[in-house]
Design a protein around this ligand. Structure first.
Ligand code: CMC
Length: 436
């Protein structure tokens, strides 16, 4: 821990106060301005949290300049190569990699909680067939709070653990049910004999009349490996918009299922988890390789709101380590499944090549991010486009619940309550309706 101090002097009054500069195990030091208002009577202003750390956390470390991402100290490259999603979920939630017995116990617990309460079916019936699956995800995840509210004592670590487990276990079942509802197929129960990713694919695509339809992806190692890697890469990303939303909601002591539903809502936006779906829409809009220069020009034009979806990142300014890992998998998956019959894949690879050579993108350090490739992989695996962000939800639930567990175990956590700069009217008198 650094003992350095930062001094703030107010220009108008010349008043001065000192603030401690604190640091964690590694990473950028932080000026602790918690007493700024008390000492100097001013707030800080940092829209978009460009320079603000909102909490201390042991879970994930990112160095955006160097392209480093670590979960509990383990490099993402090693986890993606050697681990499984469930092992990573255990690591995030518990802080350590499980031994064989712990992992097998965790698998059993996940299997035990993977089923949905039968009464949840009626929730799905309330949605129109063309409801966006993310809208259903928000609603159904939030509705779990109605099922599990009474047996939740937030002060009890065991109760918290079961809530977290339930969410990681049930999220693929809910996700698959959203898809099945939209196509009018019967829901499929989870199976204890299948792994986490295989189970999800089975719940998505198997029919009572035949074991599995479409491509035989759930028994195919290339597809399952790709899903496993994607879920690991998406499992956590420290204080991103959706995780911060979960933390803010949790800071009020709200029910955890409702807090995770809030995180799902925040993830939905195209600047965050919705980017993988937006990538596919953008590729459809571009349509053909010869139109790439036109769209690149639009992306650079400040008067045009069009942005190249799947490019750029708030934190990674040199490269996204997740994209480096998944790029290879993406090319593997395309080689196996695209059969060169979908011009979209050729277009995606051409756009990647074009943008990587473009001066504007090089100068602004705008590289393809993980979601440029994840959308393309999901498309090749025949996951419907509007389910892409739902796939992100499945993975990120492990991260959200880990942050929730971490926060709830802190003895003195406070309600999150930012300040504002008020820019509205000064005080004015009420005008009666007949005089307005
Ligand atoms: N296409 C064209 N120009 C861009 C893009 C883009 N995708 N991204 C950033 N820029 C430009 C931007 O206009 C700005 O230019 P200038 O300096 O001239 O004003 C500069 O690059 C810096 O961009 P910024 O908007 O200040 O960066 P940010 O950190 O606020 O935004 C971002 C990061 C990810 C929201 C943004 O890059 C973006 O909108 N990308 C497309 C959406 C996307 O792919 N999102 C998924 C992120 S990865 C998944 C996740 O972790 O959630």
């Amino acid at each position: 821990m650094s003992q350095d101090k930062a001094t703030v002097t107010l220009g108008t009054s010349g008043e001065t106060a000192e603030f401690q500069i604190i640091g964690g195990t590694k990473g950028i030091p932080v000026v602790d301005i918690g007493t700024l208002y008390k000492q100097l009577g001013v707030f800080t202003f940092d829209p978009g949290f460009l320079s603000t750390a909102s909490c201390k956390s042991d879970i994930t470390f990112i160095d955006g300049e160097k392209g480093i991402l670590q979960y509990r100290g383990y490099p993402i490259e090693q986890l993606a190569e050697k681990s499984s999603f469930l092992e990573v979920a255990y690591l995030l939630m518990n802080g350590e990699l499980p031994n064989s017995q712990e992992l097998s116990g965790f698998r059993d617990e996940i299997n035990e909680h993977a089923m949905l309460h039968e009464a949840l079916r009626s929730f799905f019936e309330g949605f129109h067939y063309d409801a966006h699956p993310m809208a259903m995800m928000v609603g159904v995840m939030g509705s779990l709070s109605a099922f599990y509210h009474s047996e939740l004592d937030m002060e009890d670590p065991e109760h918290r653990k079961i809530s977290a487990l339930r969410m990681v276990a049930k999220v693929p079942t809910i996700a698959a049910a959203c898809y099945r509802h939209s196509v009018g197929w019967p829901f499929v129960y989870p199976r204890v004999d299948l792994g986490y990713c295989e189970n999800f694919m089975n719940m998505m695509f198997s029919l009572p009349s035949q074991q599995f339809i479409g491509v035989d992806h759930y028994i195919d190692p290339v597809a399952i490996k790709a899903l496993n890697i994607l879920f690991i890469l998406h499992a956590d990303h420290e204080q991103n918009a959706s995780t911060s939303t979960v933390r803010l909601a949790s800071s009020t002591g709200a029910n955890p299922y409702a807090c995770i539903a809030a995180g799902i809502s925040a993830l939905w936006g195209p600047a965050h988890g919705g980017a993988n779906e937006a990538v596919l829409s953008m590729l459809s809009e571009i349509g053909s390789v010869d139109r790439i220069p036109e769209f690149i020009a639009r992306a650079k034009d400040k008067n045009d709101p069009f942005r190249l979806m799947g490019f750029g990142h708030r934190v990674y300014k040199n490269f996204d380590p997740r994209a480096t890992i998944i790029r290879e998998t993406c090319h593997e998956v395309l080689a196996k499944y695209s059969n060169n019959d979908d011009p979209l894949f050729e277009l995606a690879l051409a756009l990647e090549e074009y943008a990587l050579k473009d001066e504007y993108f090089i100068e602004k350090k705008l590289y393809p991010n993980v979601d440029f490739y994840s959308g393309i992989i999901y498309k090749a695996l025949k996951i419907p486009v509007d389910m892409f962000t739902v796939m992100f939800v499945i993975a990120r639930t492990a991260g959200w619940v880990s942050h929730w567990l971490e926060m709830m175990s802190e003895p003195n956590h406070r309600i999150g309550r930012p300040r504002q700069i008020y820019t509205g009217y000064d005080s004015r008198e009420y005008i009666p309706e007949d005089q307005r």
